[in-house]
Design a protein around this ligand. Structure first.
Ligand SMILES: Cc1cc2nc3c(=O)[nH]c(=O)nc-3n(C[C@H](O)[C@H](O)[C@H](O)COP(=O)(O)O)c2cc1C
Length: 187
């Protein structure tokens, strides 16, 4: 078993692509983000790592809220664009049709199959990023992305990011059932 140490920054695992929405200078702004995760089951929360230099970082601190929108593969170009340009220099408010839920300062993207409104709960300061932890106030989808009352990943068609090769990936086939496939080994 010859393991190779590929260095602490080589993280090859897929991460979910999202667009984080905030208000920047009074207008909706969206930033591509992959360093995003669900945390704390109750109340449900999300954590997202946002570079201190990004307009989104300032927006979240000023407004105390943000949205996390999960685009489908049809939005790859627009998502990537929102990761290439900053709201500090470019007005990104017209890239997507925007809607609002309960929070007035967390713009959501109509074209995304799944969107979360988050109220900022805590901020963990890191050397380059801030880790923003937000409580999910509401989650939005449409019937067309659901099967028998549940979100259906086959219909939402999300995409994932691997780094450092910087590729977007579609989700593949179902390969198992969680909290079930290991049961036989319990004895
Ligand atoms: C595929 C992709 C994923 C990204 N993920 C993150 C991320 O998780 N955190 C982060 O701080 N920046 C991330 N970025 C960089 C920001 O999206 C980018 O710097 C953006 O221009 C910032 O926009 P803003 O200044 O309007 O907030 C990513 C960019 C791309 C293209």
């Amino acid at each position: 078993m010859a393991k190779v140490n590929v260095g602490p920054n080589a993280f090859g695992y897929p991460m979910p692509m999202s667009l984080v929405g905030t208000m920047v200078e009074g207008r909706p702004n969206f930033m591509a983000a992959a360093w995003v995760s669900r945390v704390n089951p109750s109340p449900p929360m999300m954590a997202v790592a946002i570079g201190k230099s990004h307009a989104t970082n300032t927006g979240i601190k000023q407004q105390g809220s943000f949205s996390i929108n999960f685009p489908g593969v049809d939005l790859i170009k627009a998502t990537d664009y929102c990761g290439l340009v900053s709201g500090k220099k470019t007005d990104k408010s017209k890239v997507f049709e925007v809607y609002y839920g309960q929070l007035e300062t967390a713009p959501l993207i109509a074209a995304c199959p799944f969107g979360l409104e988050c109220r900022l709960i805590d901020t963990v300061e890191l050397p380059i990023d801030d880790l923003f932890i937000g409580e999910i106030v509401a989650a939005y989808t449409e019937e067309k992305y659901m099967t028998e009352g549940s979100l259906d990943v086959r219909l939402m068609k999300p995409f994932l990011l691997t780094m450092p090769d910087n590729r977007y990936w579609a989700v593949g086939e179902v390969v198992g059932k969680a909290w079930q496939d290991g049961r036989d080994l319990r004895g």
